[in-house]
Design a protein around this ligand. Sequence first.
Ligand code: 5CA
Ligand code: ZN
Length: 412
Amino acid sequence: MDPWTGHDIPQLPGAPAAPRLYDSARRQVQPSAPGDVATMYVCGITPYDATHLGHAATMITFDLINRLWRDNGRSVRYVQNVTDIDDPLLERAARDGEDWVVLGMRETALFREDMEALRIVPPEHYVGAVESIPAIAGHVRDLVASGAAYDIGDGTGDVYFSVAAAPSFGYESHLSRAEMIALSAERGGDPSRAGKRDPLDPLLWRGAREGEPAWDGGDLGLGRPGWHIECAAIALGLLGDTIDVQGGGNDLLYPHHECSAAHAEALTGAAPFARHYVHAGMIGLAGEKMSKSKGNLVFVSRLRADGVDPMAVRLGLLSGHYRADREWTDDVLKGGSEQLGRWRSAAAAPAGPSGEGLVAAVREALANDLDTPAVLAVVDAWADAALAGAGEDEHAPALMSRTVDALLGVRL
Ligand code: 5CA
Ligand code: ZN
């Protein structure tokens, strides 16, 4: 699949700050010190509805990591998937009497437009589940051959991963077994299905069913991939056995990321699969997680159509810390719009306080586990001073503009 179109990222003077990020597995902030090439896999959309502000917030979070690494002189290999075949897509298409392929293509195209408008640096590879089926099926066959997966034996052709083959299972999410069972039931799993060796065993391959699309899985027969193996296979194929960051929203910590990591580790023998497991908080509306299944959505495309500046949306989403579950309200948007106006005026001021000092302070706050509330406070203070006529650095307004463009993705 083609990703969206990117923009030039300005280079900044002075010394970069080394990123530290919270890792869900180690449950603490740790330096993210990739080699010359930093690798990141982020779980992308299931395209059955338009991009909402929750998706946007998560994509912006990983965009900040991308920008920080680049500022640190790393080249970044970034891969994102599109779950273009899965139950929710088929269910929505059936409900609306639409072809699931057409639905997926339309919503993916809209997502690309939204990402471009929000100035998200595009991934190097933007990959669909469907185009990855040969690789996924190969991995499932390998897991069966090694004894880490089994056919459930009831004639459906469904194949499950055996969590018994993952001795460290649970190291990423740190949940109790009861919590894992409850969450997998909520999030697409089937803990009570008869015939499984363990209720926690996740589906790897779903044998063909009447009326559902199916692909040739070789020895697996006709069917379609499970969800977690999709992300493991795409990441392993394009980024190698160990990656720097595996990312997504915190709704994916269990079972999705725990299981993806367990699949990858069982396939390669390399553990941990990711050096950092990074999870963004949920954006909610009126106290509820924004989700397609709940229907309480604020769409990025709707805001754009209403004439809202995408940079104000971006600033609104950056006003909270990425790890915090937080609310989207009209006030958040209003705050972002006002801030954008103030920053634009300040960038046009004849002078301001030290530009170098500003770059250093922004870098330091961002490198500190993406502390965007602190970053915005630093830029606000600089802007207020510049607008009040304080400071004599004539290069500072232009440098401020380049800094928020390069590190925050906010184009003034
Ligand atoms: N296709 C799978 C991942 S492989 C999926 O979860 N798709 S999704 O469309 O439901 O979500 C896309 C991305 O947005 C995921 O990283 C998910 O964790 C994140 N996300 C979904 N809802 C929210 C929300 N309300 N707030 C923040 N992030 C969200
Ligand atoms: Zn995923």
